[in-house]
Design a protein around this ligand. Structure first.
Ligand code: DON
Length: 583
């Protein structure tokens, strides 16, 4: 990726080009030596604050979050406020009609994962996306009414607030209502994102009316108002989650899904419940890792990769070197194979989690890695799209002034989900059913080849890759991190962690640094376009890796609590449109 010249480089180049008098030259040199300038590879220094911090993928949401912290709300209050706000300002991924995972670490060290992943409707079953000849019906699980699972976001946010928040639902949801009702200026990013998804949104009248203004696309600076979404948010404000799952919103969803011959019923909605799960715990070098459990594969895969990589001296091999990438990719290949073959909703399938995240198991995987040669996996065609990172899924990280932390990743799955907006609600519905295995051996929209363990069943949650994660150092919070990006999420989180721990990058540098991705099948090593020097990709090819240049991966939002000076240091990913705000 192309980075602006750092301050240090700019000063050095001025010294080189200008004919300064010797005294000024000496002064400049003293400044360069004694003042710590931002280091080489960061696009900018991290945001630094003492009290609290919020890093999200959209600026209005970040400001709302930090205002909640300033007025005495805790990290969970801010997380819930942000969750509702992003549904308005970042409609591609922020949502009421999707689901996700909220990881919470309280200042006393207690950790929880709220699983508010969507569930398959009760009418869904194993072969629902197959034609009579047994082939996968194109777009059946990605587009339109049949692509949606029963949404979990409102239940998850309301549960989090009730159990861990300090403020009322009214206080945390009102900022989102104001944004929806009074409107907010459309950013370049939102304007472009809506245009990019016009084909999908056009196909559904309510989406075309609200998000495309019937073809009069929103241009940057214009005001986006959504009265329908404001109505839904007010129903939730006044009636709580009952308004969504039992009351007027549930009625509208169930009626419309029925009218379109689809399956989300009033009963599916009223029986939806989030699940409180125990986060996975592991370690990487001298850091504790607290991460998301199944039905996300993210935590297991992350821990498997970290356990494998721990035995290599990566800092000596160097960031971005072909040897470091080779070992990373071999770890990715092995851990993603386990994802595809073994994982699914733990309420339906048994996953050998303890074994998979053990150091012993990692050792057995590592023993098959050759330093000089890529391992083989069968090559299969990929359906993954190249190009810039799309607005699919969104992650935010929060730390409050007492040290409570939240890592929340939630999504509609694809950008703008299924494309369906339920009439009268402004609510875009997810296409999360595509995360299931429609047919063993066939790739989903993320190119993932998945197994029986992730097959479709009534009430089941599809396997996810979302990876909201905390790191600790000496038992104290060190890092809050996560990203969107489908399967690349797990590898993005991995690479940010390695950049911090092995390469001693700042949080901004760790997030900025170019990324690679391998997911076992197809056997492709994707590298961010412009990210790596040619001799690195040549060296990787000579080891036997099938290197493919790809678009940007992920949109990581991270906050680090620096154990040295106790400042919060945060960064938003330059690949996205995020903002980190501290106070
Ligand atoms: O849960 C998952 O893994 C996916 N539904 C996430 C989708 C996603 O991140 C899309 N972004 N590129």
């Amino acid at each position: 990726m192309i980075r602006p010249m750092t301050t240090r480089k700019r000063i050095l180049s001025r010294l080189h080009n200008a004919s300064f008098c010797p005294k000024i030259m000496v002064l400049f040199l003293v400044i360069i030596i004694f003042i710590r300038l931002p280091s080489q590879s960061a696009s900018k220094p991290p945001v630094i604050a003492k009290n609290g911090m919020v890093a999200t993928s959209e600026s209005f949401a970040s400001r709302i979050g930090v205002n909640i912290l300033k007025k005495g709300g805790n990290a969970v209050d801010a997380a819930v406020a942000i969750g509702f706000a992003l549904a308005v300002t970042h409609p591609a991924a922020g949502n009421l009609g999707g689901g996700g995972f909220m990881m919470i670490r309280l200042q006393n060290g207690e950790t929880t994962c709220i699983d508010y992943r969507e569930r398959a409707p009760s009418a869904a079953s194993k072969n629902v996306y197959l034609s009579s000849s047994g082939s996968v019906v194109p777009e059946a699980s990605t587009r339109g009414y049949r692509a949606s699972g029963v949404p979990g976001t409102v239940a998850g946010l309301c549960f989090a607030l009730k159990k861990f928040g300090r403020l009322s639902l009214w206080e945390v949801i009102q900022p989102a209502i104001d944004l929806a009702e009074k409107g907010f200026p459309v950013s370049d990013h939102l304007s472009q994102s809506l245009k990019d998804s016009a084909k999908l949104l056009q196909a559904f009248p309510e989406s075309a009316r609200i998000y495309l203004r019937e073809g009069k696309y929103f241009e940057p600076g214009e005001t986006f108002v959504s009265k329908d979404l404001a109505w839904s948010l007010k129903v939730i404000r006044d009636q709580g989650l009952a308004g969504f799952y039992h009351g007027p919103i549930a009625q509208k969803i169930a009626q419309e899904y029925k009218a379109h011959g689809s399956w989300i019923t009033q009963e599916d909605l009223s029986s939806y419940e989030p699940v409180i799960r125990v986060p996975l715990q592991g370690s990487y070098r001298e850091y504790g890792v607290i991460t998301v459990p199944p039905p996300s594969s993210g935590g297991i895969v992350l821990l498997e990769m970290l356990n494998i990589l721990e035995r290599y001296n990566l800092s000596e091999l160097g960031a971005g070197s072909s040897q470091t990438i080779h070992f990373m990719v071999e770890a990715m290949r092995r851990s993603f194979r386990d994802r595809c073959e073994l994982m699914g909703d733990p309420d339906f399938v048994e996953i050998p989690v303890r074994k998979l995240i053990s150091k012993q198991y990692a050792e057995s995987l590592r023993s098959s890695i050759q330093p000089e040669k890529a391992s083989a996996t069968t090559a299969l065609p990929s359906r993954t799209q190249s190009g810039a990172e799309k607005d699919q899924t969104t992650h935010y990280s929060i730390v409050d002034n007492t040290g409570n932390a939240v890592a929340n990743t939630y999504t509609l799955n694809g950008s703008y989900g299924s494309g369906v907006t339920v009439a009268g609600t402004g609510i875009l519905m997810n296409n999360e059913m595509d995360d299931f295995t429609a047919k063993v051996g066939m790739p989903n929209a993320d190119g993932l080849i998945q197994g029986e363990s992730n097959g479709i069943d009534a009430g089941k949650r599809p396997l996810s890759s979302m990876t909201p994660t905390f790191l600790t150092k000496d038992g104290k919070l060190f890092l809050v991190i996560g990203s969107p990006g489908g399967p690349t999420i797990i590898n993005t989180v991995l690479q940010v962690i390695l950049n911090l721990i092995d390469f001693n990058f700042t949080i901004q540098e760790a997030i900025d640094a170019p990324r690679v991705h391998h997911q076992w099948l197809p056997d492709q090593l994707k590298v961010e376009i412009h990210g790596f020097a040619r001799d690195v990709t040549v060296a990787l090819r000579s080891l036997g890796h099938h290197v493919v240049a790809d678009g940007y991966m992920g949109d990581a939002e991270g906050i680090l609590l620096d154990p040295k000076d106790h400042f919060l240091k945060g960064a938003s990913d330059p690949r996205g449109d995020g903002l980190t705000v501290g106070y």
